[in-house]
Design a protein around this ligand. Sequence first.
Ligand SMILES: Cc1cc2nc3c(=O)[nH]c(=O)nc-3n(C[C@H](O)[C@H](O)[C@H](O)COP(=O)(O)OP(=O)(O)OC[C@H]3O[C@@H](n4cnc5c(N)ncnc54)[C@H](O)[C@@H]3O)c2cc1C
Length: 317
Amino acid sequence: MAVLVFAESLTGSIKKAALEAVTYGNLAAQALGTECIALTIGTAEGADKLGQYGASKVYNVAASDDFDSQVYAAIISKAAEQLGADCVVFAHSSSGKSLAGRVAVRMEAGMASAVISVPTAGNFSVQKGVFSGKGFATYEIKSTNKVLTIAPNTFRPEASGSDVAVETLAIEAPAARVKVKEQSTVEGIVPLPEAELVVSAGRGMKGPENWGMIEEMADILGATTACSRPVADVHWRPHHEHVGQTGVAIRPTLYIAVGISGAIQHLAGVNQSKVIVVINKDPEAPFFKAADYGVVGDLFEVVPRLNEALKKFKSQN
Ligand SMILES: Cc1cc2nc3c(=O)[nH]c(=O)nc-3n(C[C@H](O)[C@H](O)[C@H](O)COP(=O)(O)OP(=O)(O)OC[C@H]3O[C@@H](n4cnc5c(N)ncnc54)[C@H](O)[C@@H]3O)c2cc1C
């Protein structure tokens, strides 16, 4: 019995989501009275640091860095068998989501996705948000093997242990069915699913030419930019910035929504944010019901003034 965490890499380096997953795996292992083992596949610089986050052993399987969910799922389920792991943990990232179901089928495991609590010993129950974050459900997994994905930004990575030497695990990867021809990566920003600070804007901005003030705010705060769906649909902003039910679901510490109405489909992807700040000229905008702080006002007046105040605050602190 052990908890096995798949630690993802991005362009060859361990991702923040992997540190969260290992932190969670360690807490789960403590609750279940077992050990947390981390598994990396392909190039994974910084894998030895996973020891600091609670992995007692770190293994690497040599395989192509081109992500193929069928190949990776086969490797992970074989690794779980070889290492005697009955609980496999993934980040709730796009690759984690595509792997968890496949691994659960291979291991005949019960699965819960986007969990927000550590499993209880005995009946192995975990909590997750439901109905777009309006409620919580408790899932009890009764099968011998279990697979979990962890809601992002729920378990902060905390380094307290020490590095662990990475050992090679001999598992033959099946032939890939996917050929990656090209990869493009947005450089220099924290990807939305991992972002702790997000500045987002909607149709209230009137046009793409006005986004300078949103980018300026994001720049001052060190935040990632996002947008509502219609904004991406009319190409004012790139599609990877679209958050909500049909876009990226995020869970930042701070979400600032500028000129966004707060339609249910938008809220579905952002209402797990810890603190929500809304700037909207309509006091009846639905977003105010979900907001922790709200400014009723014209964004073209409020945002430049807020930016100046943020700059001043930053220079004084
Ligand atoms: C199946 C389905 C899935 C969907 N999925 C998503 C999704 O994933 N994400 C998503 O965002 N939407 C989604 N939508 C669309 C969603 O229903 C809303 O239409 C959309 O979120 C509205 O975007 P918005 O708030 O930017 O625009 P609007 O609804 O046009 O709202 C603009 C807001 O800006 C305010 N405003 C205007 N001018 C100013 C100003 N000068 N200063 C301050 N405030 C101002 C207005 O008061 C208003 O509240 C989906 C819809 C469907 C049917």
